[in-house]
Design a protein around this ligand. Sequence first.
Ligand code: TGC
Ligand code: FAD
Length: 404
Amino acid sequence: MTLDFEALKEQNGNQDNFQHPDFYGIDDLLTEEHKLIRDSVRTWVKKEISPIIDECCQQAIFPNHIVPQLGEIGCFGPQIPAEYGGGGLDYISYGLAMQELERGDSGIRSTASVQGSLVMHPINQFGSEEQKREYLPKLASGEYLGSFGLTEPNHGSDPGSMETKFTDDGDHVILNGSKMWISNSPFCDIAVVWAKNPEGKVEGLIVERGMEGFTTPTTHKKWSLRASSTGELVFDNVRVPKQNILPNVKGLKGPLTCLNSARYGISWGAIGAAMDCYHTAVNYAKERKQFGKPIGAFQLQQKKLSEMLTEITKAQLLAWRLGNLMNQGKATPVQISMAKRNNVAMALDVARESRQVLGAMGISGDYPIMRHMANLESVITYEGTHDIHLLILGMEITGENAFA
Ligand code: TGC
Ligand code: FAD
C-alpha cells in the first residue's frame, strides 16, 4: 500500500499552528543557533510531517521518502563531527532537534535517533578511520539508513545474555542468530549488530544488506509507532569481512555507551510529544463549550492543564541541565536514566490527561493525542524500560544490584 503524500500535503497543509510552552523562559537559556535549529526543524515538521502523519499511522506506512530530507535538515548525527558529514553541533542542539521531530511523531524521532545515536555514534566512537569515511557521510546525508541490533527474542532487558554469535573464518567471520524489535530494519542498508565473539565477548559488526544469509522481516500488527518501520535482523551463516568489525570496543559497554546518547535524545523528544498534547488540550479547552461555557472555565480542566504545564516545565529544565552536562562531558549514565525515565513517563501522563480533556474527540485521528499516547507506550519500553531505569537509579543510591 502506498500513500499520495503530495495530495495529503495539499489537503492538510497549513493546519499545524503549534507553539511551544515556555513558562520558565527556557528560551533565554538557548543561543541564537539553538533557536535557529529548533525553528528550522519545526518548520520542516509542519510542512512535511504534520499533513501526512495521521494517515501514515492509520495505514502503518513508514514514509521512507523523508530519509534524505532528514539528512538535508541535519537531523542525522547533529552531534557527529562535521568532517564525517555530521552537524558538529552541541548536545542542546541535538536535543532540540529530537524534541521537534517527536513533536511531529515519536516514530520520526526514532528513525533519527537510531541513525544518529545508535548507528553513526558507534561507528564514530569505535570504528576505524576507513569505516568512518566509508559509512558516516552516507548515513549523515540519508543515502544510507541504518539499524541497531541489540535486543533478541529471548533477551531484551538483559542483553548480556545474547545468543547471537560469530566464529572465525580467515579474513571473515560467520555470524548466526537473530535480533528482534529493530527500528528501521526492513529499510536499512546497514545494521550495527552486537554479537558474541568466540571468547564470549560482545563486539559490534557492520552488516550490509545484500550479504548472503542476512534478512530483515517486518514486524506487523503494532498498535504503537505505526509510522516507524520495525522488524527483525536474521543471520544465517552470514560471512562478514573482519574489516567490518568495530575495532575499538569489546564488551557490553559498547552498545550501552550508544544507548546513553539515544536515551538522552529521548529525554528531549518526549517533551515534544507532551507539548503537542498540551497545546492541543489548551486550544480545545478554550473552544469547546459545555453547560454554556468553555470547558477550560471548569476547575477540573484547569487542574489538568496546570499540572501538565508544571510537569512539562520541570522536564524541560531537567533536559536542559543534562544537555549542559553532556556538553561538558560530565553527564553520567545514571543521570541520563533519570531524565529518560522521568520525561517519558511525564509525556505519557500528559497524553492521557490531554486525551480526557478532548472527551470523545481525544480518540480521533483528527487530533494527535491518541497517536502520541500509543507511541509513548513503546518509548517507555525501548532504550531500557521504566523499571530498568529505576533499578539503575536504585543501584546508584544504595550500592545494591537489584537486577539479578
Ligand atoms: P553491567 O554488568 O552493569 O554492565 C556491563 C558493562 O557495561 C558498562 N555499562 C555502561 N557503559 C556505558 N554506559 C552505560 N549506560 C552502561 N551501563 C553499564 C558497565 O560498566 C560494564 O562495563 P565493564 O567494563 O565492567 O564490562 O551489565 P548488566 O548485564 O548487569 O546489565 C545492566 C543493564 C540492565 C543496566 C543494561 O543491560 C541495560 O541497560 N538494559 C536495558 C537494555 C536496553 O536498553 N536495550 C535497548 C536496546 S536498543 C533500543 O531499544 C533502541 S529503540 C530506538 C528507537 O527506535 O528510538
Ligand atoms: P523484557 O526484558 O522481557 O521485560 C519485560 C518486563 O519485565 C518489563 O516490564 C521489564 O521492565 C521487566 N523486567 C525485566 N527485567 C527485570 C528486572 N531485573 N527487575 C524487574 N523487572 C524486570 N531494540 C534494539 O536492539 N534495537 C532497536 O532498534 C529497537 N527498537 C525497538 C522499537 C520498538 C517499537 C520496540 C517496542 C522495541 C524496540 N527495541 C529495540 C527493543 C527494546 O529495547 C526492548 O523491548 C526493551 O529493551 C525491553 O526488552 P523486552 O521487550 O524483551 O522486555
